[in-house]
Design a protein around this ligand. Structure first.
Ligand SMILES: O=C(O)CCC(=O)C(=O)O
Length: 212
């Protein structure tokens, strides 16, 4: 089912689905993301985030109930049958223009499949070979309303990061761009919200219920 969305010219496996959400679904989801108590946000120096399902930890994540507005999207993505375990965690990141994330590996806290729902603005996700961290190996152009799925070699062996920029010039290093009209265009970034859906492998026995 996913094969037609497979991105070539990069390591196995990357799937990219444009317009995975409608504009209405995107607006509804953004409304839910911003309709949480301020205390749910963790402010970092170059972005802010929300953890849902618990806070992943090497000693085991203490699981928390995931609200229905997110569970619905977990189930839609899991419908592609790419996960060996149903995801139990969603990390929501918000990036303003000029914000980004340093190249990193997600590592063994998670099972090796990640799904990312992209809302609000495009961005460019850069990939680096673990042994050559100073040079971009290739990039992906992520449009608002798209879904990205990464697994296997991509997950295990390539760092990913987002440069702190206010605009991106589209070029051929972005291996999922097939529309030649986009090449050389300079696109201004808006506020982007990403939902990273994953399975945290180690769970603590303690349970916390929402609404208590
Ligand atoms: O926003 C994204 O797409 C990347 C997020 C990410 O790499 C992370 O939170 O570990």
């Amino acid at each position: 089912m996913l094969e037609k969305f497979r991105v070539e010219n990069c390591p196995d496996y990357v799937y990219y689905i444009q317009n995975f959400l409608t504009v209405e679904e995107e607006n509804l989801l953004l409304k839910s993301v911003y309709n949480v108590p301020q205390t749910k946000w963790t402010q970092l120096s170059r972005r802010r985030l929300q953890n849902w399902g618990g806070v992943p930890h090497h000693n085991g994540m203490i699981p928390e109930a995931i609200p229905q507005w997110l569970q619905t999207w977990i189930e839609k993505v899991a419908g592609f049958q790419v996960f060996s375990h149903l995801p139990n965690h969603v990390l929501i990141n918000e990036y303003k223009p000029n914000e980004g994330i340093m190249p990193h590996l997600d590592g063994p806290l998670y099972s090796s499949t990640i799904a990312t729902i992209n809302l609000g603005s495009h961005t460019v996700l850069n990939f680096y070979k673990s042994e050559k961290r100073d040079k971009i190996a290739f990039s992906l152009f992520l449009e608002a309303r798209s879904l990205l799925i990464q697994q296997g070699d991509m997950y295990e062996n390539y760092l990913h990061g987002i440069d702190e920029r206010s605009e991106d010039v589209i070029d051929n290093s972005m291996v999922n761009v097939h529309n030649n009209d986009l090449i050389s265009q300079s696109l201004k970034r808006g506020t982007r919200v990403s939902l990273t859906i994953r399975h945290v492998q180690k769970i603590s026995k303690i349970k916390i219920k929402l609404g208590r």
